[in-house]
Design a protein around this ligand. Structure first.
Ligand code: CTP
Length: 396
């Protein structure tokens, strides 16, 4: 049976583009049901969406496509994902407040399906503090926001407020609606982000890792049924609500937290960019300016190697961030750290790897298997890595 996506169309000029989004969702195999807000009906009609989807479209809480059945409950239970497209500032505010005013807001409050929000509005409205705070509240509860694009908007102004591309919106729904049972009952520990090694009370050594790959792995592992512990260095992105998050700062703290979490783990994935060195004896006072300064660096312990030594049977997947000699260095790390697999990616490119939304690379397994990871969103790359790792754990 195809997965049900509910599309909430709210009253923005971009409401007409929701028709193309519905068609693309259906082309990708989803069953689509549309719910319009009262103001959306000023722009587009229910008849349009009923003709497109072959399903009744609803607006008021008491609209009952099947007599005697409350659609806001039936639909809420059947939905694999709820998409708000386009989402107005008002719709975003109502959802952030948890209001249940019409069919659409009632449906969202009655459902625990993942929520994807595609805003479209005047750039000033989009950038208003109130709107950004409402989006942040929704994100902190797990909603995915498909950022609007920059450009001319209907009112003649310019800036960020145009509905995102149909592909970006449909990809976000496909990711949010993804479910698999491959990691059911498994405990996956993931390290993410950079570490910070203090030099003095105000300065530190760190790197450009954003944590996006590790957080995408956490979201994908949860969608595959795993219990997830995310050990993360300082990052500015929001973790998936269902992951147990342990925030650390230094490599030593990450080592301790990871080893403790691995006591009950089936799989460890090391996506963190751990600092290889720390300052020997960080100064407790701010170091004053001088002509030259030398800082003595001492090596940090390798977290994956320490986990391998403490838990000889744990499945471990590492990452190798390389600028050259990719395969050779990756295979050396696979071997030296006694890992089950290693993902190598090229960190000299701006469009993938460090801080980018996409990734690309190759996953090498210790048994000689190789999985090509073509350029894709970090979530999709995470999914492929975990699927391959889960199969490899099952074969052992
Ligand atoms: N890693 C780790 N602990 C460290 C250093 C690295 O757990 N102290 C993990 C990373 O999370 C990654 C893998 O080891 O999964 C490889 O990290 P990378 O920085 O590419 O390699 P290094 O082993 O540090 O070697 P080099 O810096 O020389 O490339």
């Amino acid at each position: 049976m195809s997965k049900v996506v509910i599309v909430g169309v709210t009253g923005s000029v971009a409401a007409y583009r929701a028709a193309d989004v519905c068609r693309e969702l259906m082309r990708r195999g989803f069953s689509v049901r549309v719910c319009l807000s009262r103001s959306a009906e000023q722009f587009v009609s229910r008849a349009l969406f009923e003709a497109l989807t072959g399903e009744p479209a609803v607006t008021e809480v008491f609209d009952e496509p099947i007599r005697g059945r409350m659609a806001h409950i039936d639909w809420a239970r059947e939905a694999e994902c709820i998409l708000v497209c386009p989402a107005t500032a008002n719709a975003i505010a109502l959802l952030a407040d948890g209001r249940a005013e019409d069919m659409f807001t009632t449906l969202v409050s009655a459902s625990d399906a993942p929520l994807v929000i595609a805003p479209a509005m005047n750039p000033q409205m989009f950038a208003s503090e109130a709107n950004l705070a409402n989006l942040a509240r929704l994100r902190s509860r797990g909603a995915v926001v498909v950022e609007p694009a920059e450009g001319d908007v209907a009112c003649g102004e310019q800036g960020q407020g145009k509905l995102a591309s149909i592909d970006a919106i449909v990809d976000a729904v496909a990711q949010a609606a993804f479910r698999s049972e491959l990691l059911d009952g498994k405990h996956v520990v993931i390290t993410a982000g950079p570490t910070r090694e203090a030099i003095d009370p105000v300065r530190y050594l760190s790197n450009r890792s954003s944590g996006k790959m590790g957080f995408a792995l956490a979201r994908a592992a949860l969608a595959m049924g795993a219990k997830v512990t995310l050990v993360t260095g300082p990052v500015s992105i929001i973790p998936p609500p269902k992951a147990a998050v342990i925030r650390v700062e230094t490599a030593a703290e990450m080592l301790e937290a990871t080893l403790a979490a691995c006591a009950s783990a089936d799989l460890l994935v090391g996506a963190a960019a751990v600092a290889d060195y720390r300052a020997a004896g960080a100064s407790s006072e701010k170091i004053k300016k001088a002509d030259t300064i030398s800082i003595n660096l001492v090596p940090n312990a390798d977290i994956l190697l320490a986990a391998r030594e403490r838990y000889p049977h744990l499945s471990i997947i590492g990452f190798a961030a390389e600028t050259h000699g990719h395969q050779e260095y990756a295979l050396k790390k696979l071997n030296d750290k006694r890992l089950q697999g290693i993902v190598v990616n090229d960190v000299s490119r701006a469009d993938i790897g460090f801080d980018a939304d996409d990734n690309e690379g190759v996953l090498y397994f210790s048994d000689g298997r190789q999985v090509e990871l073509r350029q894709d969103s970090k979530f999709n790359i995470a999914r492929i890595i975990l699927e391959a790792a889960a199969k490899s754990c099952a074969n052992e």
